[in-house]
Design a binder for this molecule. Structure first.
Ligand code: GAL
Length: 401
């Protein structure tokens, strides 16, 4: 499947389509900060139903998640039925009335998202949009859809391998054209719809997605609720920070907070890193059974404020010392977020980690707030910092010196 893996974008730099892709995008009216909401895939996968979406919308409101900023309720794959003789795609029996469902979600003051792809089939083998892009976009707008995740999947065998076998340059043009087509179809509806590209972070998607109308683009393959996978994804974000900004975001995939067997520390660190990375905050957990400590992580206003910072500047790993990593994010008004992560085993207390403030461009003790305890903290070079394995210290320094 990794047909583009060795692709160099330089090959396309001279093509007319790539030239188009470099023209500045029109002003964005959506996703001025990273989208926040919930998506059905990480917990429900193919089992999701209309009722699950309604229940989740109810719970986003009653849990306080809506007030904390979670607005999009996104249906992922497996809602699709068959196309009729006029090409109209119907929903399957799990989603008997999509317009009614969208109205319900809207009645809660939330927005609703849906899923398709440029191939004939989705990743789950359901009908996708190939040859029906305008028709589908119009139908989404008629239903009141506010967000589309558009997943490459069968476009590879359906189009790329058939029309341009072993021709990377031609395959790239086909993929640009496919994402561009749906981007334009969404715009033509006149409805503001967040456009989320899902092609697993291949082909330097961050370089061309914004010009095709993409508001976010996956930068990796699928996340799973395992520390090693989450940490591998985080490592793949290095160097992508310059591509993110208001209206266009790197997407290291949806949150697994509260899923699987992630420890509390791992959930906290996962959420911290998504805040530092200016990543979309799309929860993917089982809301009816959300534990209080998981809700506390997902609704930590201080951490969400880092994620949603209006400057829109994605953070980066500033340095690492063994398995301790120091990530920073510059915030509006000159503030700085510093996340110190014990990515491996915790350091022996006989040899604890010490921060090197000069490496962060800081001089002398720094007063800040520990965003996970809510308490004031002073960061110095001399104070040993002991962090449990996979846990994090996240500090916001309002006036760094
Ligand atoms: C994958 C995608 C997942 C999910 C799934 C649905 O390709 O990365 O996030 O959408 O398809 O089939």
């Amino acid at each position: 499947m990794r047909i583009f893996a060795s692709l160099s974008l330089a090959v396309f730099a001279l093509t007319p389509l790539a030239a188009t892709a470099q023209t500045p995008a029109a002003p964005q009216v959506v996703a001025q900060t990273p989208p926040m909401g919930w998506n059905s895939w990480n917990y429900f996968a193919g089992r999701v139903t209309d009722k699950d979406i309604r229940d989740s919308a109810d719970l986003i409101v009653s849990s306080g998640m809506k007030d904390a900023g979670y607005i999009y309720v996104n249906i992922d794959d497996t809602w699709e039925g068959e196309r009729d003789a006029s090409g109209v795609l119907h929903t399957n029996s799990k989603f008997p009335d999509m317009k009614g469902l969208a109205d319900y979600v809207h009645s809660k003051g939330l927005k609703i998202g849906i899923y398709s792809g440029p191939g004939s089939k989705t990743c789950g083998g359901y009908a996708a949009s190939l040859g029906h892009e305008e028709q589908d976009a119009k139908m989404y707008a008629d239903w009141g859809i506010d967000y589309l995740k558009y997943d490459l999947c069968s476009f590879i065998p359906d189009v790329l391998e058939k029309q341009a076998p072993n021709d990377h340059a031609a395959q790239m043009r086909l993929m640009f054209a496919a994402y561009d087509k749906m981007g334009k179809a969404l715009k033509a509806t006149g409805r503001p719809i967040v456009y989320s590209l899902c092609q697993y972070g291949w082909d330097a998607v961050w370089e061309w997605a914004p010009a095709l109308g993409g508001n976010l683009w996956r930068t990796t393959g699928d996340i799973t609720p395992h520390w090693d996978r989450i940490y591998a994804i985080v490592s793949q974000q290095a160097g992508l920070e310059s591509y993110a900004g208001p209206g266009h975001w790197n997407d290291p995939d949806m949150l697994e907070v509260g899923n699987g067997k992630l420890s509390l520390a791992e959930n906290r660190t996962h959420f911290t890193l998504w805040a530092i990375l200016a990543a979309p905050l799309l929860a993917g957990n089982d809301l009816p059974h959300m534990k209080p400590e998981i809700k506390a992580i997902l609704t930590n206003r201080d951490v969400i404020a880092i994620n949603q910072d209006a400057l829109g500047k994605q953070g980066t790993r500033t340095y690492s010392d063994g398995e301790v990593e120091v990530w920073t994010r510059h915030l509006q008004g000159g503030a700085l977020a510093v996340a110190i992560i014990a990515a491996g085993d915790s350091r022996y207390s006989t040899h604890p980690f010490h921060l090197n403030l000069a490496k962060l461009g800081l001089h002398g003790p720094q007063s800040g707030k520990d965003l996970w305890t809510g308490k004031p903290i002073t960061l110095t070079d001399s104070q040993p910092i002991e962090i449990e394995s996979h846990d994090v210290l996240l500090v916001r320094i309002a006036t760094p010196k």
